[in-house]
Design a protein around this ligand. Structure first.
Ligand code: HDE
Length: 701
């Protein structure tokens, strides 16, 4: 890039079309000159060159041609999966030296910070799709270590749909919009997905997660992350241990309800993207801890499932997490295209001290990502794009190719060479001691034998962990799973598919299968014969979101409904209390300007009632006077505001005068419906949802 400061910064004489010029001479000097891609100053960016004022545009107008040409090529192919995403910069800080486990450089010096880029994504929808469909979320982290880039490309769910990479194109074709009609966008509730899923029992465990609240995150900042596969850590002696990677959000794990997620799609397409951006912008930096599950072959052999099977997890109760560091995201990208769209993650990017396992899903991924980057970013030199380039020195004999940005000097483009002996630069050399080594002994155990296209027998149990997950949920979470299956399968028009799916669910839990069949109104089919009979596994309470909810207002938003005559003191006290508790207060009113409070002052309003439905908030407060209540009780948007918050089990604070509005919305007094004269009580209650209310609103069947 050319540093404009070394050039003449005179903006030219200019006419009335130079709108970016300032009359302030200092500001004028600071404004860069508008040029073509070739650096030629542009005098007029408003009008193309014509033969006469009303005449034809001239082909010689290189300013116009270059501008339109560049615009025509602005888009690159979107990711085939995970197309919609948001990234942020930050750092990873290691707590302790992990030399006993790994030589990975980023884990050696306690307190040291390694720069990271994290990108969160939905899987099925296109780049312009909404943020809150029922979908798995990608959780990809690029660590720019001193020993090269390590990409931990995970999801917010610890297991996956399939066991072998060869099924991935089928899975994705089935879940994406159907190929003849191009709908539905960003959703699995359609024929082809459930046709594939019901024919593939290995998907069952992941389906339980996908139908649970895990796929409806409240915020990208409130999601767990998982590397899913078993990896290896390698120590200085070359010995390795198995490892599974986990990210735990400091704000707690939280989801929305299905009805809420649906309404969020209408309220704000960019709900998650905006939330992440605004939090970082406000200095409220999201944070996760990195936890490791470390185990050896003996432990792996003791499990009734295979640690190379990505449809299985290792319960924390059996193997606790060792928390080894934290990731903080503290900077938004300067440019979405350059730093998010062009970011390229690849599970094959690992550093000395980390190694793969023989998980056949992981092995397939090692090929796919590099390949897809070439197609998406157009050149084998995509690693030179700033967001993808390592922040440590990089040198090899790869040369040329489209969009080559490096200008290597000399003749050394091969190796071995003896050019250095002849006084010429010889180029980089191998690093046998410190370079990447495949873990000793990795090949010895499993990688020999006949060439076979088979699944190992140890991968054959598709139901035991699905049942374990279901039995680890609260009754309310189980009801959500049942309802989600009913909703999704109710959208399926292939007559035999729902029954086939219920036939699989019978191998998970008879009650769940019966609830889904009843919800669909179909007779209970016979169970489909399992490849291997399921076994009883202990529930893992750590898998429930509700049971492990963190009660805090940090990172949460409270909507405050005011109107003319709302009590100024109550509003002040409430805003202070919310902010003291780490929350964000958002004032909503029927109009954004000119709302007059009880003391005659004009209120600062953040959002208009119609544009700020209560789904956008974690709790609400209704601060209305008698007169305003009379008016707003006749306003559907205000009634809906309260009705949704109540239905979504949120805390509702209200002035005594606002009680008629609550009554009209059907809100009944409970632990979560609180009089606003107790601001502290309201703020404490606002930090949680009121699950007991759910049974009064839904059948939970
Ligand atoms: Fe991916 N996946 N994947 N995937 N994946 C991609 O790479 C693929 C899988 C994941 O924010 C693609 O650059 C195959 C599991 C994330 O940019 C592609 C298989 C997990 C992201 C690809 C899997 C993931 C991707 C599309 C089965 C969780 C987004 C664009 C063998 C551990 C990264 C791209 C970002 C992206 C292939 C399965 C996570 C096509 C073949 C399992 C978070 O290469």
């Amino acid at each position: 890039m050319i540093d404009d400061s070394s050039f003449d910064t005179d903006l030219g004489t200019g006419g009335e079309t130079h709108q970016h010029e300032s009359s302030d001479p200092k500001a004028k000097a600071a404004v860069a000159r508008l040029t073509t891609d070739q650096g030629i100053p542009i005098s007029d960016n408003q009008n193309s060159l014509k033969a006469g004022a009303r005449g034809p545009t001239l082909l010689e107008d290189f300013v116009l041609r270059e501008k339109i040409f560049h615009f025509d090529h602005e888009r690159i192919p979107e990711r085939i999966v995970h197309a919609r995403g948001s990234a942020a910069h930050g750092f990873f800080e290691v707590y302790e030296r992990l030399a006993d486990l790994t030589i990975a450089d980023l884990f050696q010096r306690p307190g040291e910070r390694t720069p990271v880029l994290a990108r969160f994504s939905t899987v099925a929808g296109g780049a312009g799709s909404v943020d809150t469909p029922r979908d798995v979320r990608g959780f990809a982290v690029k660590f720019y270590t001193r020993q090269g880039n390590w990409d931990l490309v995970g999801n917010n769910i610890p297991v996956f749909f399939i066991q072998d990479a060869i099924k991935f194109p089928d899975l994705i074709h089935a879940v994406k919009m159907e190929s003849d009609r191009a709908f539905p966008q960003a959703g699995s509730a359609h024929d082809t997905f459930w046709d594939f899923a019901s024919l593939s029992p290995e998907t069952t465990h992941m389906l339980m997660w996908a139908m649970s609240d895990r796929t409806l995150p409240r915020s990208l900042r409130m999601m767990q992350g998982f590397g899913i596969h078993t990896f290896r850590l390698v120590d200085a002696a070359g010995a390795s241990t198995f490892v599974k990677f986990h990210w735990r959000p400091k704000l707690g794990t939280q989801s929305t309800l299905w009805d809420e997620a649906l309404k969020l799609q209408a309220a704000d397409n960019d709900f998650h993207r905006r939330d992440l951006w605004e939090a970082i912008d406000a200095g409220d930096f999201p944070e996760w801890e990195l936890g490791l599950q470390i185990f050896d072959q003996e432990f792996a052999d003791s499990l009734p499932y295979d640690v190379l099977d990505s449809t299985k997890l290792i319960p924390e109760e059996l193997l606790p997490l060792r928390m080894v560091g934290r990731m903080v995201l503290d900077r938004n990208p300067d440019n979405f295209f350059a730093e998010t769209e062009q970011s390229a993650f690849c599970p094959a990017n690992i550093v000395p001290g980390i190694d793969f396992s023989d998980d056949p899903l992981l092995q397939g991924r090692l090929f796919s990502y590099l390949d897809t980057q070439k197609s998406r970013l157009g050149t084998a030199n995509f690693h030179q794009i700033p967001i993808n380039a390592p922040k440590c020195p990089m040198a090899n004999f790869q040369r040329d190719g489209q969009m080559q940005m490096q200008v290597p000097k000399g003749r050394a483009n091969y190796e071995p060479n003896s050019l250095a002996d002849h006084g010429e630069p010889g180029g980089p050399r191998e690093a046998p001691a410190t370079g990447f080594h495949t873990a000793a002994g990795r090949a010895a155990r499993d990688e020999q034998g006949d060439k076979l296209r088979v699944r190992p027998e140890t991968f054959a149990d598709h139901y035991s962990q699905a049942a374990m997950f279901f039995h680890s949920l609260t009754a309310s979470e189980q009801a959500h799973v049942a309802s989600a299956f009913v909703f999704e399968l109710s959208k399926v028009n292939l007559a035999r598919v729902p029954a086939r799916m219920v036939g699989n669910l019978l191998n998970v839990d008879a009650d769940l299968a019966a609830r889904v069949a009843a919800g669909l109104g179909i007779p209970l089919p016979a169970a489909n014969p399992p490849a291997r009979a399921p076994i009883d596994l202990e529930p893992s309470p750590a898998l429930s979101i509700q049971a492990n909810a963190v009660e805090t207002l940090k990172g949460r938003k409270v909507g405050l409904l005011i109107a003319d005559g709302s009590d100024a003191a109550t509003l002040d006290v409430l805003i202070d209390a919310i902010e003291d508790a780490g929350g964000v207060a958002f004032v909503v009113a029927p109009r954004v300007h000119g709302v007059t409070l009880s003391d005659g002052t004009t209120a600062a309003v953040d959002g208009q009632l119609l544009g700020s439905p209560s789904v956008l908030f974690d709790a609400i407060a209704v601060l209305l006077s008698d007169d305003a209540t009379k008016i707003l009780t006749l306003e559907a948007a205000a009634v809906q505001w309260v009705m949704d918050a109540y239905g979504h089990l949120k805390t509702i604070g209200h002035t005594a005068a606002a009680a008629p509005l609550l009554r009209k919305a059907g809100a009944k007094v409970d632990d979560g419906v609180i009089a606003l004269d107790d601001a502290a009580g309201f703020v404490a209650a606002a930090a949680r949802r009121h699950w007991a209310r759910e049974a009064t609103l839904r059948t939970l069947a």
